[in-house]
Design a protein around this ligand. Structure first.
Ligand SMILES: Cc1cc2nc3c(=O)[nH]c(=O)nc-3n(C[C@H](O)[C@H](O)[C@H](O)COP(=O)(O)O)c2cc1C
Length: 408
């Protein structure tokens, strides 16, 4: 791709040298534009050397080209990173007083904007309104990351790591070009574990990183779906990229939290994927911390709410996909679970999948085995699962069309 990167005068501008390197390493062509103020943070020479292209800084340059139009024509996509409050405000208000702002307004290609600034600037109503305006107009404006800011404060406003910027931009272009099979569909996904508290500080919990659910969110989003991810905060902390692939993230802690949230969202969902390893048991937690000198402790557990079965009872149009993790008789146990819980599809895997980047799964529906996916990265496994979901959806839609034809 021909990638045009606009850099405005935020402290994070120095990171753009690495971003340019990354795009070049991956075989893309890069041209850069620096605002006057961005030159304080990164030099044109650095960007020229890394991009092997001229770094553009002047609206009125000495060549005869109408640079602000030519650069836009050359680009397949444009990225603005970091985007200062100032450049965001200029774009939102049609101000074209330098090369970068003029190029953006003359551009008719996808433009990805990465705001980065101090938290107080970011939350200022004018910046908020300007970002909302840009999103309404079709610009893709990413939420900044959270963490330590250059000014020493901690909060939201950091430029995401360049690896993440690279991934996001690539995913966004892939999404625009390739997938649309789930466009307009609401996909509700649970990921990761839930806790059951024994006392105010101790809890039991299933082993689960949440990676599978996060990868499913990514694959659903790539196919054009509107994704709601329900997970604990550790999932989002560990896989920060996940929030960029979801329209809504709901943070939960216990199985009851999951139930209370999905119950309200289920009616609007077209597809429900239960990839969360919800704690099946709970106990009445002690209000006081159990003392260490208590030699013999008995914890009495009772079943938690069975989220899948409860939702299944109010199922209408939804495709419902569940997971089974078994220590023996994987396929037989998974089939039983599929039937008893009213699942459309079940993904069976074994204990090795826990906390691992890869897994091997068997995908089963009411007619039997649909697919074996051999040990692969969870990103690939998620893609294979979503391919089966696409097929089920196509079958469901064909059946619906047939029924309505017969009714006529
Ligand atoms: C040291 C320093 C760091 C700055 N960092 C940021 C920043 O991260 N984000 C931001 O929006 N503005 C930041 N500013 C303010 C911008 O540089 C200022 O608003 C400027 O007018 C932006 O110009 P430009 O958008 O044309 O590049 C910073 C200013 C200074 C002096």
């Amino acid at each position: 791709m021909n990638i045009l990167i606009g850099v405005s005068g935020g402290i994070a501008a120095y990171k753009i040298a690495d971003l340019v390197r990354l795009f070049i390493k991956e075989g893309h062509q890069v041209k850069t534009i620096l605002t006057e103020n961005a030159k304080y943070f990164v030099t044109p020479v650095t960007l020229e050397t890394l991009s092997k292209n001229k770094c553009h800084t002047e609206l009125f340059s000495s060549t005869r080209d109408v640079e602000h139009v030519e650069l836009g024509k050359w680009a397949d996509i444009m990225i603005i990173a970091p985007a200062t409050a100032n450049i965001i405000g200029k774009i939102a208000n049609g101000i074209c007083d330098d090369l970068l702002s003029t190029v953006v307004l003359a551009l008719d290609k996808p433009c990805y904007i990465f705001p980065a600034m101090n938290t107080n600037m970011l939350t200022h109503p004018s910046v908020n309104d300007n970002i909302a305006k840009l999103r309404d107009w079709g610009y893709i404006v990413y939420d900044p990351a959270e963490g330590e800011l250059a000014c020493g404060d901690t909060g939201k406003g950091r430029l995401p790591d360049v690896d993440l910027i690279y991934q996001m931009v690539m995913a966004e272009t892939e999404r625009a070009e390739i997938f649309s099979s789930l466009s307009g569909k609401n996909v509700l996904i649970t990921a990761g574990s839930t806790k059951s508290y024994i006392d105010p500080v101790r809890y039991i919990e299933n082993g689960s990183s949440g990676l599978m659910g996060a990868e499913l969110a990514r694959q659903a989003w790539l196919r054009g779906a509107k994704v709601t991810l329900i997970c604990n905060k550790e999932v989002i902390e560990k896989f920060q990229w996940a929030k960029y692939y979801t329209d809504t993230t709901v943070l939960v802690e216990t199985t009851e939290d999951v139930y209370n949230n999905v119950r309200g969202l289920f009616d609007a969902a077209d597809i429900y994927i239960s990839a969360g390893a919800l704690c099946d048991f709970k106990n009445e937690p002690q209000l006081e911390k159990i003392k260490k000198d208590n030699k013999d402790i008995t914890i009495k557990l009772k079943p938690s709410v069975d989220v899948f079965s409860e939702l299944s009872r109010s199922k209408k149009k939804q495709l419902m996909i569940g997971f089974a993790l078994e220590t023996s008789d994987l396929e037989r146990n998974a089939k039983e679970k599929l039937n008893s819980k009213g699942m459309d599809l079940i993904v069976a895997n074994s204990v090795e999948a826990i906390d691992s980047n890869s897994s091997s799964v068997v995908i089963i529906d009411s007619k039997g085995i649909r697919k074996y996916v051999k040990e692969s990265e969870k990103r690939i496994v998620a893609d294979e699962i979503l391919k089966e979901v696409e097929k089920l959806l196509a079958g469901q839609e064909a059946a619906k069309a047939k029924t309505s034809q017969e009714a006529h």
